[in-house]
Each structure stands twice: as C-alpha cells, then as structure tokens.
Design a protein around this ligand. Structure first.
Ligand code: NIG
Ligand code: FE
Length: 432
C-alpha cells in the first residue's frame, strides 16, 4: 500500500522524483523548500538553468510541494511512490506561447511562389496568404479541424510541450471564429496539455469586407469579441500595412480590455508601426515578432513588464534579413520568450526544439536564454508566470525528462528529440 510521506516539518507529498539533475529555471534566491512553519529551508543557487544535483522534488495534488537536498529527504522520509531519474535532466514542461495550429488546407503553393521570388506581402495583397487559409478553414468541418490540429499538436507534445497557446484567425466571421475556438477547447479536453485560446479575428481583412475595413473593425469590436469572450483568454491583432493600422488595432485592444480579456499583438514584423510600445502601455502581456522594433522602444516594454515574443520560424521561413533588436531587449531587461508561431504560411514548423535552436543560431540568444524563452518567460507571456514554466513550490508539476548530460544539449541538435517522458500535472503522459 502506498503511503504519503510525512516529514517532521515539510509539507507531505504524494510522490517524489529522485536521481534527476533538476533545472528549475527559477531565479537565484527563489525558495525551493518552505517548511510548514513558513521557514525557507533551501534556496535556488545562481547556477545556469537553475541546475541542482542531489536534490529530490516532491509533488502533492498535481503541484510541486518542495525541492530539497537528498540528505534531508533520506533523513526525514518514510515510504513514498518514487519516479527514478537515472541521472536524466528534469525541467519544466515546455510552453509554446504563440501558435496558429488550427487551420484547413496548406500553402505549399505559396512557398513555391516565394521561392520563385514573390514576397509574403505580394501574395497577401493578391488575395492569398492568410485569406487562402481562411477559405480552407471556413470550408472545413469542426471534426476535420480537430483531427488535423490534433496531429500537429501531437508533434509538439512529443518534444515536451505541456502548455500551448492557440489562436483563431482563419475564420474572420463570427461563426468560423467561434468554430476555431471550440476546436481549441476540444483539443484541451482530448490531450494532456494546457491550452490557452486567443481570439485573432483581426488577423486580416476578410474578402467580403474589401474596402470596408472600418466596418470589419466594428464587427470585431461589437460582435465577435463579446461573443467569443467565454471561449478565449486573450485577444490578439495583426498590426501591419497589409492588415490593421495602429489606430484600428488600438481600438480592438481597448475593446478587449474593457471586457477584461488579456491583450497581445503581432507587432513590427514587416514594418515599423509603433504598436509594440503603445500596446505595452495598454498593458499587453506580450508583443510578438518585433523585427522592426526600435531600440528605444525596448525600455517601454521593460517598464511595462511586457514580454517580447520572438518567432525565429517566421523570420527563417520568410527569409527575412531584419533581426529583432536582441541586444537592446537584453540590455533593457525585457523578458524574451520564443515560440513556434506554427502556421500554414510564415512558419509551418512543428518543433519547438528546432525553434529554440534557431533563436540561438539566427538571433544570437544563449541556449539558457532560449530555454528560458520556452519555459519561464513563455509562462509570463501567457499571464501564468506564477503557475507554470518554473519548478518551484506551488507551481504545477508539468515536467519534461530529458536524455541529456547538460541542458544546452536539449536545443543543440535539429531533428533530435531527447525528450524521454513528460508529466502533466504530475500524471505521466503516454506517447500520443
Ligand atoms: O504570425 N503575421 C501574421 N500572422 C502569422 C502568419 C499567418 C499566416 O501567414 O497564415 C504570423 O506570422
Ligand atoms: Fe503569429
């Protein structure tokens, strides 16, 4: 019979993870072990990736109870269910904080056209791009979308993802946007993964509103956002010459805020619009892409606590030349997250590990910065920085186990998958 372990002064646990190297991704000084009398017994050291060896992680009711030195555990423990690490690395489950994995069809034809010299903006202006995926997504049934998005989600989950953000934005009418959000909800219930759904009705101007962009913005503000409110956590918009201008985007974000939804924005991807700084001042959780962010705007993001989400997959696939101002973001102290931006056009990528690798090779992040970008900082980008993305007491036991010697090895290869197993809320996930 399994017994709960009882410590003289430590919270009791259901299960322990022993024999791992643990990369908590927590800042130095964070309390790893708090006694029942409130006294902090053990703190995170300043090691890279927050790695400690010879430590034990205890869980209780799906959450982390404490991380404590093996010696304390041996002195205090009785019988308890144990997951043995065999010296593997234990990290927070990965978080992909910006994706568009629900869509019909594909855009391989546009990829060929871009390889032949056409630009992303030219294809969009000719009625292709996002609008091409809108046609296929409107035509697809809910079941078809669940099945194709489910296959994509499985690929991401194989690499240790335990939370994903999924945007709508290929419906662009009330019914089709709600259909996409319902699909996100089915995925949440069908897979062992946290899903944050984001409404992106302002992704492009639907063809039936051609030349009537203000009317579409009114539809988004007056009908689509209020109707979608129960089905999403946040509202996003694409602010760009080929989509919505800054004034229209701000109106959409203001409406979302007035309904107590979180806000974020596709910003400064192809041109500079100034929306990143103004959205940060409005309280945006994150501003995403940022190739054309001005260096002085980094300070505004830092002051507002807004996360810079970098999307190297889109930069790579569109063969962009302008890189986001990483040095200025770093210097200003802006938290940097990394995401797949998985979508049928600019980033048909289903590997967050490859994206982390690209963040290092293309944007010059260190492996530790890139890993923070798909764990702790990605959690902050979702407004969940106090519950996921870090291994600390009180956080969900969303855990990835890696067959590696050292953390940088997780992002080192392309096409390698060193993920050994995954626990979601302390439950082992069978291979999907
Ligand atoms: O994040 N920039 C706008 N939205 C997506 C592209 C979507 C698409 O091309 O279908 C992005 O890159
Ligand atoms: Fe995107």
């Amino acid at each position: 019979m399994r017994k709960n372990v009882a410590f003289d002064s430590l919270p009791i646990v259901d299960r322990v993870y022993r024999g791992f190297k643990i990369a908590s991704m927590a800042p130095a000084g964070s309390p790893l072990c708090v006694q029942t009398d409130g006294e902090v017994r053990y703190r995170q050291t300043a090691s890279p990736f927050g790695v400690t060896e010879g430590t034990v992680l205890g869980t209780r009711q799906g959450r982390i109870a404490w991380i404590c030195p093996e010696a304390d555990f041996l002195r205090l423990s009785r019988e308890v269910e144990t997951v043995w690490g065999d010296r593997r690395l234990l990290t927070p489950g990965l978080i992909d904080c910006h994706t568009h994995i629900i869509y019909g069809g594909n855009r391989a034809d546009e990829w060929e056209a871009r390889l032949g010299g056409a630009s992303y903006a030219e294809i969009a202006n000719a009625g292709g791009g996002i609008l091409s995926s809108v046609r296929s997504t409107r035509a697809a049934s809910e079941e078809e979308l669940v099945s194709s998005a489910g296959r994509r989600l499985s690929r991401l989950l194989h690499e240790g993802v335990t939370t994903i953000e999924i945007k709508s934005g290929y419906g662009l009418d009330l019914e089709s946007e709600l259909k996409m959000l319902r699909v996100a909800q089915v995925l949440r219930k069908s897979f062992m993964v946290g899903v944050d759904a984001t409404l992106l009705a302002a992704h492009a101007i639907p063809s039936e509103f051609h030349g009537r962009i203000e009317e579409y913005v009114s539809l988004v503000c007056e009908e689509i956002i209020p109707a979608a409110r129960p089905w999403c956590n946040a509202v996003d918009a694409f602010c760009e010459k080929i989509a919505f201008d800054r004034r229209q985007t701000e109106k959409i974000l203001r409406t979302a805020k007035s309904l107590e939804l979180k806000i974020k924005v596709h910003a400064e991807q192809l041109t500079h619009t100034g929306i990143a700084a103004s959205a940060a001042l409005m309280g945006a959780l994150s501003v995403d892409h940022l190739e054309y962010l001005a260096e002085e705007e980094c300070k505004v993001l830092a002051q507002c606590g807004t996360v810079a989400v970098l999307l190297p997959g889109a930069y790579y696939c569109l063969n962009e030349k302008q890189k986001p101002p990483v040095a200025a973001l770093r210097q200003a102290g802006v938290p940097i997250a990394i995401a797949s931006d998985s979508n049928p056009g600019s980033s048909p990528v289903l590997s967050l590990l490859t994206i982390g690798h690209m963040a290092c090779t293309l944007f010059g992040l260190t492996p530790e910065e890139a890993f923070l970008g798909i764990t702790r900082h990605a959690a902050v980008a979702l407004g969940r920085g106090r519950e996921i993305g870090t291994l600390l007491p009180g956080y969900y036991a969303d855990l990835a186990v890696w067959d590696v010697e050292r953390p940088a090895e997780i992002l080192y290869g392309i096409g390698h998958n060193p993920c050994h197993e995954v626990y979601y809320r302390d439950q082992k996930r069978e291979r999907t």
